[in-house]
Ligand binder design. Structure first.
Ligand code: NAD
Length: 260
């Protein structure tokens, strides 16, 4: 329970990797605010389970990460309802796969705003409190695509490369305040985000579903296995530990060897 007394705000945590972060942090005693879309009853059940696990409060924010005003209000609500946030994990993300000449402009704008700008707005709102408390952990879920490109994912690759740059800049600005800022960059994790991109990838690459699974999703990962959301969450826990106090401005790959 090394996070007892700390508060974590995790964006995009009603599903996939974000939910795994919330469960891992709550298991160490953190009060958590979850965020994201989904079925209201399922979210409320999850919120109650997180409070029970942590023995602390848990709250939910329905803020839309494409809306700067809602992001600022979410950080304020966290401060008022739970305290903190001491730990901010910007994790909400969406994906779209299309050849660039057909890439819908509104999809470009949406992906940049949710995957990149949302992290800027959340960090901007959370840093003053972290500086005042002289402790903070800023973690951004980037991707192997923050280091490597992939055809037909122009917006996502651009957003994730940008997120890595934002993280390094924030690390330098906050280093003397007991705050660290790091990216975790997973390879493929089997979540709804990955499942949803399969039909468009089949179309863009003229492949069968099986070819996409083996020749696109798993081909780049020498382990030939999906990374698990729990593995990613365990890295976030470590980044919150005392042992990680000097680890800032890094982009940590958890990609089964992909970027090697
Ligand atoms: P997911 O689809 O399971 O979860 C995405 C979460 O973001 C959900 O909770 C969803 O409700 C939320 N979300 C989406 N749009 C939102 C918005 N406008 N406002 C608020 N919340 C919103 O996907 P995941 O795979 O768990 O992805 C989580 C993060 O991990 C993303 O940033 C993604 O880019 C990154 N990532 C995923 C993989 C992978 O293979 N799954 C690999 C590398 C990085």
């Amino acid at each position: 329970m090394f996070l007892k007394g700390k508060t974590a705000l995790i964006t995009g945590s009603t599903s996939g990797i974000g939910l795994a972060y919330a469960k891992a942090l709550a298991a160490e005693g953190a009060a958590v605010m979850i965020n994201g879309f989904g079925d209201a009853d399922a979210i409320e059940t999850e919120r109650k389970a997180l409070a029970e696990t942590s023995g602390a409060k848990a709250a939910y924010s329905p803020a839309d990460m494409s809306r700067p005003d809602e992001i600022a209000a979410m950080v304020k609500a966290c401060e008022e309802q739970l305290g903190g946030p001491d730990i901010l994990i910007s994790n909400a993300g969406v994906q779209f796969v299309s050849p660039i000449e057909e890439f819908p402009i509104e999809k470009w704008d949406q992906i940049i705003s949710i995957n990149l700008s949302a992290a800027f707005h959340a960090i901007r709102a959370a840093v003053p409190g972290m500086k005042a408390r002289k402790w903070g952990r800023i973690i951004n879920t980037a991707s192997a695509h923050s280091l490597t490109a992939s055809p037909f994912k122009s917006a996502y690759v651009s957003a994730k490369h940008g997120l890595a740059g934002l993280t390094k800049t924030v690390a330098l600005e906050t280093a003397t305040f007991g705050i660290t800022a790091n990216c975790i960059s997973p390879g493929y994790v089997w979540t709804p985000l990955v499942e949803k991109q399969i039909p468009d990838t089949m179309k863009a690459r003229n492949m069968t579903r099986e070819q996409v699974m083996n020749d696109v999703l798993l081909a780049g990962q020498p382990t030939k296995q999906f990374v698990t959301a729990e593995q990613v969450a365990s890295m976030a826990l470590w980044l919150c530990s005392d042992g990680a106090a000097s680890t800032t401005g890094t982009n940590i790959s958890m990609d089964g060897g992909w970027t090697a």
